[in-house]
Structure formats: structure tokens, C-alpha cells
Design a protein around this ligand. Sequence first.
Ligand SMILES: Nc1ncnc2c1ncn2[C@@H]1O[C@H](COP(=O)(O)OP(=O)(O)OP(=O)(O)O)[C@@H](O)[C@H]1O
Ligand SMILES: [Mg+2]
Length: 541
Amino acid sequence: MSLSDRLERARGARRSAGVEAPPDYLIEHAGGTSTAAEPDAAPEERAVPAASAEDAGGDTASAEASGAPSPGGTSDGGGSTRTNEGDSREEHTSTWAALAGDDAAPTHAADPLTDLKERAAQELFRRIGTRLNDSSMTEERLHALAREELGFIVEAEQVALTTVERNRLITEIGADVLGFGPLEPLLDDPEVTEIMVNRFDQIFVERSGRLYESRSRFTGEPQLRRVIERIVSRVGRRIDESSPLVDARLADGSRVNAIIPPLAVDGSSLTIRKFARTPYTVEDLIGFDTLTREMATLLDAAVRAKLNILVSGGTGTGKTTLLNVLSAFIPGDERIITIEDAVELQLQQEHVVRLESRPVNIEGRGEITIRDLVRNSLRMRPDRIVIGEVRGGESLDMLQAMNTGHEGSISTIHANSPRDALSRLETLVLMAGMDLPLRAIREQIASAIDVVVQISRLRDGTRRVVSVTEVQGMEGEIITLQDAFAFDFAAGMDAEGRFRGHAVSTGVRPRFVDRFEELGIAVPASIFRYEPRGYGIGEIA
Ligand SMILES: Nc1ncnc2c1ncn2[C@@H]1O[C@H](COP(=O)(O)OP(=O)(O)OP(=O)(O)O)[C@@H](O)[C@H]1O
Ligand SMILES: [Mg+2]
């Protein structure tokens, strides 16, 4: 079965927001599931609310540093940079170190046939490896061929085996070479959203929003390489010394990034972000406490009023998911052009044209960048331009479009705060190479962007919108920002170690509300009612 089919089958109810016990093949992390057993967590949060926010996106800076754009479009911070996300780095390092210690004790009984299996798998790969890369060959043909060859290989080994043992061996080796080895249970688990293979013997997963280490591991680097080659070759890509990194989208929309030595210093690394067939809706995000209903009402109005919105957040904080939710608020009679590096958005509207950039081909030619697509989209009579993420020179084109009648554009940007988002945008505009004075760039930004929605992954593992910020204009050289909503860290944590607060109104009525009024978009005034900080603390006492 192909990876896409498998993922397809595994999908289903992945809606549960609650956290239940993980299956046996996962190791629970102390750091990922803070409970009442960590009594000092809550007071600490209460004491330093600002630091918590920073923590949440803390390591995105390092992901960013290594994420300079490359022509292959392979630089989206994939790979192992993600494994530390979310919780505090120290906490993880120590937990992981402890886990590594535990693992030194043998947890699995060794299979006496391991050596034979590995030899036979390598021999099979040697014999039919080239055909594994033949995407025109059906899975059934491939399986039949592999079984036949394996019959010969096991025969040649001259080991005394019963028929049952022999068949079991052939099936297991087949699954190893043709399947996905230790990744199988992870691929089949619909609650697993992300699989991160750091090395052959270290696999982490994100399951229901939490990070776990998997007990399964590859037998060695060769098995991991075979699985990687198999995954990338089935989508018509290749990975070898001359092109040691691949960023691919599978037929079902899942994203795969693989990087091998010498670039990956400790051995090959593989990251799979499973594609959500039924994307999260605004109701899901409200259910996950990512958004409050008031904020959803405000954002819905903001989209309908054609404000230009930037979703800002660190790696894997849920920017694309939120962008998808915001895009769903676009009225059905508007023409929407979406522009992405790898198609992820799933808009339900009829009138949508989806564009995807293209990396350079093997001869180093034929690249079509996001920027090329943004420019082209302007000639397609768009009502709305939705850009998956701005990360290069297209920023300038986007700002110009926003300032010249293409209001209501939405995009995401990789940054840890609204202020950072704007300075990053400045840097990206400079990448367009137009040699514009900084003040001119800032003016463009201030007049183009209306709202920055900041999303973060907090220490409790949840993803929350932590602020909705209005870009008001310029004061001297500085762009003025005003929070309309800000996260209430003062509300502390509950007994399960989850933040009790959410983003609450700062009591300041944003100026863009005037625009709602002009357009007759009704928003209840109560949304902006100031709720004093630290509400709920009384309930704990
Ligand atoms: N609000 C949410 N609550 C829980 N899980 C979420 C939420 N939003 C997204 N996710 C999950 O988190 C993962 C990352 O989401 P998403 O792709 O939207 O993040 P991103 O910030 O765009 O990541 P990247 O930086 O890689 O582009 C996905 O597996 C998604 O299902
Ligand atoms: Mg994204």
C-alpha cells in the first residue's frame, strides 16, 4: 500500500482535543504533559507572564536562522529543528537525557533472525531497488515481484525454517523493504499528526498536540535510507549524495522532508507532516481554546471588511491552519487566488484558483518562485490574494498589491511577536533588492497591514492566539501597534497544567471598527469590553 493510501485509511476522527493515554509504542514525556505533579509550574507562570509568551516561540529563532531561503524551496525549517518546539528547551533536554538512559536497558527481546532479515532486505533492495523507484509500477506488481525474489534469497541462505517461519520472514522483510518499517504504526495512528525521525534509533511524534518519543526504531541507517528512498521515489523525486535533501508533497497532501548525510551529521533525518483530510474549522479551534468565540467573531468581521491580515507565529504553531480558517470567512462570491510553496490550504469556496511554486529541476532550471506567482496573480483579477507564507522578496509585491486596491489579502509570517513580524517583513522587503529607504518600507508596511494575529504554542503544548494587534500608522520612524486582544497569562494554570487564560480584550476599541461600521458589518460592542486580568484566580482559592 502506498504511503498516501495508508495515510488516507488512517484518517478519520482526529478531532479529539482532549489528551488521553498514548498507545504503548509511545513514551510519555514529563515535559509534554505537565500535571499537578509539578507544583511550581503555575506560580512560575503567574510570576513571569511575559517570559511564558516568549518561551512559546523561543526556538523558532534558531529554526529561522537556519532557514534562509534556498532555490530548492527546501528551507522551511523542517527536519530536527522541530523536535524542541513548544516546551522549554531545558526541560526537554533533561527529560530526553533521562529517556536515553532508560533505553540503555534492553526493552525488546532480540529476534534471532535479525541478521538474516537485514541481509535479505539488503539483497532484495539490491535486486529490485531500481524498480522500487519506478512510479509507473503498481503496488501489487511490486509486491508480487518482491515476494518472488525473496523466495529465492531466503532459499539461498540455506537456513532450516518451517514453512510458517519462512512465510513470516518473507512477509516481514517485504514490509521492511516495501513498507515503512517502524513508521507503520505511526502512519496508521490517526491521532499522530507529525512524525520526526531524528536518526534511525530516535523517532519522535506529535500526537494530539503533545510530543512523544516512539519506542519503535529502525534497525539501522540502511533501513531508514530504504524507507526514505521509497517515500521520495514514489513521488518522482530522488535523494542521493548529489541532492541530499528533498522536500516533497505526497499525493494526499502530506508533507515530507528528508535530509541525508553529509548534510545530516548524525545520519538521515525524516519529517512527515500528515495532511488533515478534514481541516480544522473555526469551531475546532474554539474547542481547542486556540480562539475565543469573541475573537472569532472579530476576525470574521475583519476578513469580511477586507482588512489585510498577517498571521504571525513560530514553526508549527498553527499558522497555516489559522490561515485556512480565516480564508473560510471570505465571502463565496469573491475570486480567491491562493499562492503556496506546497499546497496546504483547503478552501471550501467555489471561486478559487490555487497556485503552487516550483523548485529548480535537476538541471538547476525552471524555478517559479512565490514572487513570480504573486506578480502573475495580479493579472488574474483577484478579489483576494492568500499567500501561504511570506518568506522572501514577494513581500514587497504583496505590500504593493495591498496598497493598490487588492485589500483583504491574508498571509502568514514566521515571527515571535507582532513587532517582530513587522521587522521581519522589513527584512524580507529588503530581499526584494529594490534598495528602498527604510522609512519608505515602513510606510508601506504601516499602510498595507491592518492586523497582526499572533499565534503561539504555549508551554502546556496548546496553540493559542496570544494577541490580535492593530497596525495604526507611523509615529516618527516607528510603526505604532495597539493590541486589541492580549493573552491573559495572569489567569494561571489549572490542575492539568493547562493555561486557564485566553486572549482577552484590552479594552481599546480598534480603529478598524469604524470600517466595519461603514460597511454595515455588525460586531457586538461587548467584544471589546475590558475584562480585568487574572480573572479566575479567585476560583482557584
Ligand atoms: N489550534 C490548533 N490546535 C491543535 N493543533 C493544531 C492547531 N493548529 C494546527 N495544529 C496542528 O499543528 C500542526 C502544525 O500546524 P500548521 O501546519 O498549521 O502550522 P504552521 O505554523 O503553519 O507550521 P510551519 O511553520 O511548518 O508552516 C498540524 O499537525 C496541525 O494539525
Ligand atoms: Mg505553515
